[in-house]
Ligand binder design. Structure first.
Ligand SMILES: [Zn+2]
Length: 236
């Protein structure tokens, strides 16, 4: 009974190892990593355009302030022009020239401001377009993430069930046998405990010496022996 249980524990351990490997190497993981890389590079391009938009918008605000300052100055000059404070023709002429110059300057700044506004608007539209173009990719990322978490959940449930089964079997195996199994497992893996097929240890390619075969054949059934060639645990 004890040896049969040990064989069952071994097959559970094999299954647990396979499940853990499958969990670690789910094909969606690579696909998701690729999708994230692609998304990051698209985001970088979006951020670059968005930064240009911010720059254009702040240039627009700066030009707006500048135009206002010039307009205020022209208004103050006009006030002076009509206030009667300025007397001589020459001064009046100079003031008029100054006002004309300021108005020209204001117009030129306002042209630049309009240009900056149009640039900011075009860049904003471009950002929106680029973000919309990421929709499919974002969807793919969502789907892959969900598939991974579902697969993980599924594998974890199987692992828990197997671990419970294993725990239930452990008390039915002698502690020294189990300890030996655990000790040899890193070396022999899924074939740490093997059956004796009547002629040989099924775990290794070596031929057992005939004396050894004889000995095993005559050993009591259900006893634990060791392969003299490889050292595996052999269930007779
Ligand atoms: Zn062997």
């Amino acid at each position: 009974m004890s040896l049969e249980r040990l064989l069952q524990i071994q097959s559970i351990d094999v299954e647990i190892k396979q499940l853990r490997h499958r969990k670690k190497t789910l094909e969606q993981r690579d696909l998701l990593a690729d999708a994230h890389t692609e998304r990051a590079s698209k985001q970088e391009a979006i951020d670059e355009v968005a930064a240009r938009r911010v720059e254009a918008a702040s240039r627009q605000r700066r030009l707006e302030d500048e135009a206002q300052t010039v307009a205020d100055k022209a208004a103050a000059d006009e006030k002076r022009l009509y206030s009667g404070e300025v007397g001589g023709m020459k001064d009046l002429q100079a003031l008029q020239n100054e006002i004309a110059h300021l108005k020209q300057r204001q117009e030129s700044i306002e042209d630049d401001e309009l240009e900056a506004m149009e640039q900011a608007e075009a860049l904003r539209a471009e950002v929106e377009k680029m973000e919309a173009a990421c929709a499919d990719l974002d969807h793919r990322i969502d789907v892959l993430s969900r598939e991974i978490s579902e697969a993980e959940h599924d594998i974890d449930a199987k692992l828990s069930a197997l671990e419970v089964q294993r725990e239930e079997m452990v008390p039915e195996v002698s502690p020294s046998m189990l300890a030996e199994y655990e000790q040899l497992r890193p070396t022999f893996g899924s074939a740490t405990v093997v059956r004796f097929d009547g002629k040989n240890c099924v775990g290794c390619p070596s031929m057992m010496p005939s004396m050894e075969v004889d000995r095993l054949k005559h050993a009591e059934s259900g006893t634990l022996e060791h392969c003299s060639e490889c050292g595996r645990m052999v269930v007779n």
